[in-house]
Write a protein that binds this ligand. Structure first.
Ligand code: ZN
Length: 505
């Protein structure tokens, strides 16, 4: 690390759960509905209304907590699995009840970890690192204030559709030490929760939100533990992975400057924790307030909701729903198919459906590396061009494997053309090859092709001289001449014959 300090980062991630209805009422949990159309007395906080817990939200939350290797409600002095709901009291226009139902001292899960891969050189070396998870708990979301941003001082509007939406809060230990590690952690959380169908994790729509707690440790011989720590800053309004990386880098640099200006007073313990917002356009953080302590929220158990006891049976069921997690999948793809850590990482990041497609292709062509390369070359660009998911892709895995076998000897360029033709005309590989005049190596008489190569060499003495002088490119004019005279001949075969005949000249 080039900086004269260590960055210390902990992340608080909020994800909205993919339930049909809200956490404590029957209103729809759906993004993009007309403002205030998905509300009822419960989520509006009207007097006399009573919340009822959505068990589907609890099921999804449990699945996520187990995937994050958490203990499930193991609290000293309480029966196993015992967890409860608490009221977090605060006033805000988008919170009509004046409290949020959350979990305070007995969260339903805690003490987990997630392994991330941080690439030193993404193509080669990966270093696995475990990031500790302090707690994962459930709570309800607040509504949304929509401010007039025209600058003309219009009213602020309140949309309460989001009020009562189930949220999972995942709090990590401050185990990350670079913006890259923070992004790798978020990437892994997002991939895993999407695969588990717990959340769609769309930052643009607010279904994944992240706050970063940042400070730095500066080596100091005067300190008992060998370093001075700067005061914690919690950065909010981070609405893209890029913003998170930039904000952390900016904040760490700012801490170092402040510390150098006043090393005595700018340090942990001498100042309150600060909350800051990230201004992406200006590329800087803005201090918002000095953080209240937890006691300011006057937490107390919600008298309207009974505590929950998570049973061993519920945990066992949730375990069976996990399937293969990304970390396990990456290592299996490496051992089973001989993929590099990089290729396995690319594949896993594409999601389980793409991995399943790959496994069918790899099994059928009998070569994992080739299947991965051909998919990178043909399938991924096509999916991105067509803005299509693999499930809707018109060439299923078996057909793609067949296509690869049928174009094995055609060379890269004809293969790409045939693939594009199949997609464009909804054709099979035989039709594509006929239409494009692509022929198999077996259809050509090698002896006749060799004669054509000899003819081309004789007719191009300058190319031969250039080639002998070390100009490798000169060879291609001979290959080109042979290909022109023998339309559809396999490029690989012609190249080999040209090499062999040139060696004799
Ligand atoms: Zn409601």
């Amino acid at each position: 690390m080039a900086e004269p300090y260590k960055i210390v980062i902990g992340l608080e991630v909020h994800v909205q759960l993919l339930t049909r209805t809200k956490l404590f009422c029957g209103c729809l949990n759906k993004f993009g509905l007309p403002p205030n159309s998905a509300t009822c007395p419960v989520c509006l906080g009207l007097p006399g209304s009573l919340p009822v817990m959505n068990s589907e939200a609890f099921r999804l939350a449990l699945r996520a907590a187990l995937a994050l290797n958490c203990q499930i409600a193991s609290h000293q002095g309480y029966p196993p699995g015992f967890t409860k709901w608490d009221r977090k009291n605060y006033y805000y226009p988008d919170l009509p009840k004046n409290y949020q139902i959350s979990q305070y001292d007995l969260p339903f899960s805690h003490d987990g970890w997630l392994e991330i891969n941080v690439a030193k050189d993404p193509k080669k070396e990966y270093t696995p690192k475990r990031i500790g998870i302090i707690r994962v708990h459930l709570e309800e979301d607040a509504g949304k204030n929509i401010h007039d941003e025209s600058g003309r001082g219009g009213d602020t509007k309140v949309d309460l559709n989001r009020t009562g939406t189930p949220l999972l809060e995942i709090v990590s230990h401050p185990d990350m030490n670079s913006p890259e590690e923070a992004i790798a952690y978020l990437d892994e959380v997002r991939l895993m929760l999407r695969e588990l169908e717990v959340s769609d994790c769309e930052m643009q729509e607010g279904s994944l939100r992240c706050d970063a707690n940042v400070n730095i440790h500066i080596p100091s011989a005067d300190e008992p533990n060998g370093y001075a720590a700067t005061p914690l800053v919690e950065i909010k309004n981070l609405n893209s992975f890029r913003a998170i990386g930039r904000a952390i880098t900016y904040e760490a640099g700012r801490h170092y400057e402040q510390f150098q200006l006043d090393p005595v007073n700018f340090r942990f313990g001498k100042r309150l924790k600060t909350t800051a917002g990230w201004d992406d356009a200006r590329g800087r953080t803005e201090v918002q307030r000095h953080k209240e302590e937890a006691a300011d929220y006057r937490y107390f158990p919600d008298p309207d909701l009974v505590p929950v006891v998570v049973s061993a049976e519920q945990i066992a069921t949730a375990m069976t729903e996990l399937g293969e997690l990304p970390q396990q999948q990456r290592s299996r793809l490496q051992t089973q198919y001989g993929l590099t850590p990089y290729d396995a990482g690319v594949l896993t990041a594409k999601g389980r459906k793409v991995v399943s497609y790959f496994e069918t292709v790899a099994g059928s062509v009998g070569d994992g590396k080739k299947a991965a390369n051909r998919m990178s070359d043909l399938i991924y660009p096509a999916l991105s061009d067509r803005q299509e998911e693999i499930a809707a892709f018109p060439i299923p895995a078996e057909m793609f494997a067949h296509f690869l076998k049928e174009t094995e000897s055609s060379g890269q360029d004809p293969r790409r053309k045939a693939f594009a033709y199949m997609l464009e005309h909804n054709a099979d590989v035989a039709a594509a090859k006929t239409a494009l005049g692509i022929r198999d190596a077996g259809e050509f008489d090698e002896g006749k092709l060799r004669e054509a190569v000899v003819v081309a060499i004789t007719a191009n003495p300058k190319a031969v001289t250039d080639f002998k002088k070390g100009k490798d490119a000169a060879k291609m004019s001979i290959v080109g001449a042979v290909m022109k005279a023998n339309k559809g001949a396999p490029n690989d075969l012609v190249r080999r014959l040209v090499d062999e005949e040139l060696a004799k000249v």
